[in-house]
Ligand binder design. Structure first.
Ligand SMILES: NC(=O)c1ccc[n+]([C@@H]2O[C@H](COP(=O)([O-])OP(=O)(O)OC[C@H]3O[C@@H](n4cnc5c(N)ncnc54)[C@H](O)[C@@H]3O)[C@@H](O)[C@H]2O)c1
Length: 226
């Protein structure tokens, strides 16, 4: 079986009703991203940051995967598929994809501020005073701007094995995630699906200027026929 690696960004979840932030002038649901998605922001106003993620968590439980998430699951009929997502939602998992790497963490998990490896499943609100077993405040299990990306090497190793690379719904502005495509081997055929593509077509890279729900569905149908 050939290996397909898929890099997804906020755009794939847009049609499920979760807002991206680049489409909103650098605001994420009306907030300056540095105030709600950085260690400094958390230090300055932890209550605001917890409230922001509580709202995102609540919203996530009310939305559903869309046609693009489901189409990626179908690819597993014919290919080894790994999905590397910048998204913190769980819509790939809910659509049934088996191998999902969350580069930037997960909304439905929290972790200890004292021990980063102490991670708990969490579906309710997280409040000041919710402590881990070491009496340390729990925080969202999210990789904030300026923090290390622990799964970066795992993700780069996956991309190095790709025969086909799909990049879907990302502004390619957040590093190091945006640099992952450079690990693809020279024989790898790449496709980039986004209504406002941030990169140019080149020899091995085909641009599909479309929304994820239609663009991914069509591409998956043709990859399953080949
Ligand atoms: N769903 C989520 O988990 C979520 C949502 C917002 C932000 N974030 C976080 O913010 C960062 C955002 O970086 P990013 O590059 O992923 O997103 P981004 O917000 O920077 O860019 C979104 C991209 O999606 C494209 N897009 C918009 N509607 C689309 C559609 N219907 N189909 C396909 N593409 C569409 C836009 O043209 C843009 O290129 C990530 O690190 C992520 O962790 C996550």
């Amino acid at each position: 079986m050939k290996n397909i690696v898929v890099l997804t960004g906020a755009g794939i979840s847009a049609e499920s009703g979760i807002k991206t932030f680049r489409d909103d002038n650098g605001l994420w649901e009306g907030h300056d991203v540095m105030k709600v998605a950085s260690p400094q922001g958390f230090q300055e106003n932890p209550a605001l940051v917890l409230d922001f993620y509580n709202k995102r968590r609540k919203q996530l439980l009310e939305v559903e995967p869309n046609a693009a998430h489901y189409a990626l699951k179908d690819l597993e009929k014919k290919y080894n598929v790994s999905i590397i997502t910048q998204n913190v939602d769980d819509l790939h998992e809910r659509a049934g994809s088996s191998n999902v790497i969350h580069l930037h963490g997960e909304l439905l998990k929290v972790r200890s501020s004292f021990d980063k490896d102490l991670v708990l499943d969490w579906k309710k609100d997280l409040n000041l005073g919710d402590f881990c077993e070491f009496n340390s405040q729990l925080r969202p299990h999210i990789v904030w701007f300026g923090e290390e990306v622990p799964l970066l090497e795992t993700a780069a190793l996956e991309v190095q094995q790709a025969d086909i690379l799909l990049i879907i719904g990302t502004s390619m502005q957040v590093y190091p995630a945006a640099g992952l495509k450079d690990f693809a081997p020279s024989h790898c055929q790449m496709y980039f699906i986004d209504p406002q593509p941030a990169i140019q077509e080149s020899q091995n890279l085909r641009i599909i200027k479309e929304n994820a729900s239609t663009g991914v569905k069509k591409l998956v149908e043709s990859l399953l026929q080949n």
